[in-house]
Design a protein around this ligand. Structure first.
Ligand code: NAD
Length: 501
């Protein structure tokens, strides 16, 4: 397919998904038009054509959304029974499932993800909501042993209105990581999608109409400096959950600190993968390639630092380059495309700068580093890239690149490998390649990361907590554990005039 064919195909796909669709903020159970006449334009990164322009909210609209969420909580949501919330969440999942193809195409065009990956994430999003529907009825307090005339127990109570912010790299999946536990625990939400890829968050919310009471879910698209800032500083937002960069995470925490709102932060990383001499090299190379080239490397837990035992370095490199070769840039709308463009122009430029920097810092570019075939010249594509001869103090080895760029270093002893892996301010994930079970357990304990994969990248299960150590974040999304981030505990002491025994 040549360049003009791809352009025509995307123009047609954009027309198809935008005709009859209206992407606007969603407040109090309906489409909402802000007073200000400012829009944010979303771009299809494979061809850099605009998809649609969305009316952008400002701080006044955030006030309206927080009020709608607060009213919904006071009016009826706080009094819903867990079984009722479970039923509503399940109804929503069923409606979303009826729109799987539409949501998949939207995610593909808005982010540039290959359609097969977009479909997998859309299905994972449904599964996440389904999981939280199943947890609604498990939220209980404890009875506390006390004296004969004292009954003491705890209640788990929602915060009320929670403010949630998601990034552009996994839009619909992140939406469900936030809304699933927030709604299951009885909170109402005001959620800000990323301005670069907000379409599936908006569409999925529209599909919740008449399922949840008005005001339970509100979506406020807009810029981070305006809407994100207003939401995290709002005194009526009693809990903040943010997924995004470390830099913005710090600002979010400062804003929330001003009104002592607890925060959950899911931030970036620079995740290491340690390859030991006994590893099954082709299996481990494949896992690491998936961990850096899936979603064009725009993954928070990307395995961007491979640290290989020096005795097997050459053999590993051959296996890794073979695995990297399986990732070929192509049209995201093609079912067999394994790698799409980067989602935003800023990200494309930033990754190009890091590739130039890697060369200047003295590392060795052994694979990729350029842009692919002419037929893809309109998109923000970067080839799978590999640097060797990398030191831990080079910027390409310590800063999050958030693109398809792998760095390979070597280690000599177990201790040196662990030290190199842990020598980072981040700690979201880490990988281990070995067939030795004892070694795997030892390294899993010694690595400073919230998620450890042995001989694998993924899967991410909704049942398993997901969160980072060190500067990769605070708290967890997913798992039963995330419910606690949306609940506060009340201890009740009840004096019994007439003891029960
Ligand atoms: P970002 O921090 O630039 O933006 C994230 C969100 O925050 C967006 O919605 C943005 O509009 C908003 N925002 C920006 N400025 C803000 C402000 N001052 N106040 C409040 N909100 C503001 O991140 P990004 O570029 O969208 O996403 C990429 C980053 O997200 C990477 O660092 C990646 O590792 C991280 N991430 C982490 C996880 C995780 O689970 N740990 C998952 C996905 C992405």
């Amino acid at each position: 397919m040549d360049n003009s064919d791809i352009l025509t195909r995307h123009e047609d796909a954009i027309t198809e998904i935008t005709t009859d669709a209206k992407f606007t903020p969603w407040i109090n159970g309906k489409q909402y038009l802000p007073d200000q006449d400012v829009t944010i334009e979303t771009i299809d990164p494979a061809v850099t054509l605009p998809i649609t322009a969305i009316p952008a909210c400002d701080s006044g609209d955030v006030d309206a959304a927080v009020k709608a969420a607060g009213d919904a909580y006071d009016r009826e949501w706080a009094a819903t029974l867990p079984a009722e919330r479970a039923t509503m969440l399940r109804k929503w999942v069923n409606v979303l499932r009826d729109h799987e193809d539409e949501l998949t195409r939207l995610e593909c065009l808005d982010t540039g993800k290959p359609i097969e990956q977009a479909r997998g994430e859309v299905r994972a999003a449904f599964d996440t909501l389904d999981y939280y529907a199943s947890l609604c009825r498990t939220i209980n307090g404890d009875q506390i042993a006390a004296s004969e005339d004292l009954h003491a127990y705890t209640r788990k109570e929602p915060f009320g209105v929670v403010g949630q912010i998601i990034p552009w790299n996994f839009p619909i999946w992140s939406l469900t990581w936030k809304l699933g536990p927030a709604l299951a625990t009885g909170n109402t939400s005001v959620l800000k999608p990323a301005q670069d890829a907000p379409l599936t968050a908006i569409r999925a919310t529209q599909l919740s109409k008449n399922i949840f009471p008005d005001g339970v879910i509100n979506v406020v698209p807009g810029t981070g400096s305006d809407v994100g800032n207003a939401l995290t500083s709002h005194r009526d937002v009693r809990k903040v959950s943010f997924t995004g960069s470390r830099k913005v995470g710090e600002l979010v925490m400062q804003n929330a600190a001003n009104h002592i709102a607890p925060v959950t932060l899911e931030l970036g990383s620079k995740s290491p993968f340690l390859v030991f001499p006994d590893a099954n090299l082709s299996k481990v190379a494949q896992a690491i390639a998936d961990g850096i080239y899936y979603s064009s490397g725009e993954i928070c837990d990307a395995f961007s630092r491979t640290i290989v035992h020096k005795d097997i370095c050459e053999e590993f490199l051959d296996a890794f380059l073979a695995a990297a070769d399986e990732y070929t840039c192509g049209d995201p709308l093609d079912e067999d495309t394994t790698m799409g463009p980067l989602t935003t122009e800023d990200q494309y430029e930033s990754v190009q700068e890091y590739i130039s920097l890697g060369k200047k810092e003295g590392s060795n570019l052994v694979y990729g580093g350029g842009t692919p075939a002419e037929s893809l010249e309109h998109g923000w594509y970067v080839e799978p890239t590999v640097f060797t001869d990398v030191d831990n103090d080079m910027r390409i080895a310590c800063e999050e690149i958030f693109g398809p760029v792998q760095t390979i270093q070597t280690f000599d002893s177990y201790e040196q490998g662990i030290d190199l892996a842990n020598d980072t301010r981040y700690g979201l994930s880490a990988g281990i390649g070995t067939k030795d079970i004892s070694l795997a357990h030892r390294a899993a304990a010694d690595l400073e990361a919230g998620i450890v994969y042995v001989n694998d990248y993924g899967p991410i299960l909704p049942e398993a907590p997901y969160g980072g150590f060190k500067e990769s974040g605070i708290g967890n999304d997913l798992g039963e554990e995330s419910l606690n981030h949306y609940l506060q505990t009340k201890s009740v002491y009840m004096n019994l005039e007439d003891p029960t025994r």
